[in-house]
Design a binder for this molecule. Structure first.
Ligand code: FMN
Length: 179
């Protein structure tokens, strides 16, 4: 697949009403290949926790008790949505106490994440990066095994690519100015 084609056609998939399945071997291969992302001093400041299809329901119950405390409708909605997915990745960045290195780590993570989404697109696996407020909850972090030296920067929802998705057009306002 052409790089330009993958960049142009990778789109966030936000509907999870059907039961979806993905190829976990292709997923693991894409994760390894995505690590060719640039990262300063080769800190490789990324890791993921794979929640496979058969573990999605348990994970939803485990984090739902904190994330949606007292709101049974939201718990059910999350459970129904995520159990339809083909799997999920918890996205984890290595923090650094030094300001510059911390910024570099976060930006390297973004490069890794885009590599990963493009490679998954090429492998026929759809994605949506989700960053709900509850990624900051200590109980949710603990449930996923996120260490004090790390941040949970979201979840990558993994789907098939059967549904059509529209292209969200970019405004490209003030994109380039002349020096
Ligand atoms: C860091 C990051 C966090 C995001 N968080 C969410 C989210 O919480 N919920 C959601 O529906 N989409 C989320 N998205 C997806 C964006 O909404 C999506 O990329 C944007 O609408 C552009 O659409 P496209 O990815 O199809 O080009 C996130 C994307 C990024 C890069």
């Amino acid at each position: 697949m052409e790089l330009q084609e993958a960049i142009a056609n990778r789109r966030s998939r936000k509907k999870f009403k059907r039961d979806m399945h993905i190829d976990d071997d292709a997923l693991y291969q894409a994760i390894e290949r995505a690590t060719d992302a640039p990262n300063h001093k080769m800190r490789e400041p990324w890791r993921v926790v794979h929640i496979s299809k058969d573990r999605l329901g348990q994970m939803s119950k485990d984090i739902g008790q904190y994330a949606f405390k007292g709101d049974d409708d939201k718990k059910k909605d999350h459970y129904d949505n995520v159990t339809n997915l083909g799997g999920m990745l918890a996205l984890i960045v290595q923090k650094d106490p030094r300001q510059k290195q911390n910024l570099e780590n976060y930006m390297a993570f973004g490069a890794f994440a885009q590599n990963l989404m493009l490679l998954l697109h090429e492998a026929g696996i759809g994605t949506c990066w989700k960053s709900p407020q509850y990624i900051f909850m200590p109980e949710v972090r603990d449930t996923l095994g996120v260490k004090d030296s790390e941040d949970l920067v979201g979840f990558l929802y993994l789907t098939d690519m059967e549904d059509r998705v529209s292209h969200r057009k970019r405004r490209m306002k003030n994109l380039i100015t002349e020096y």
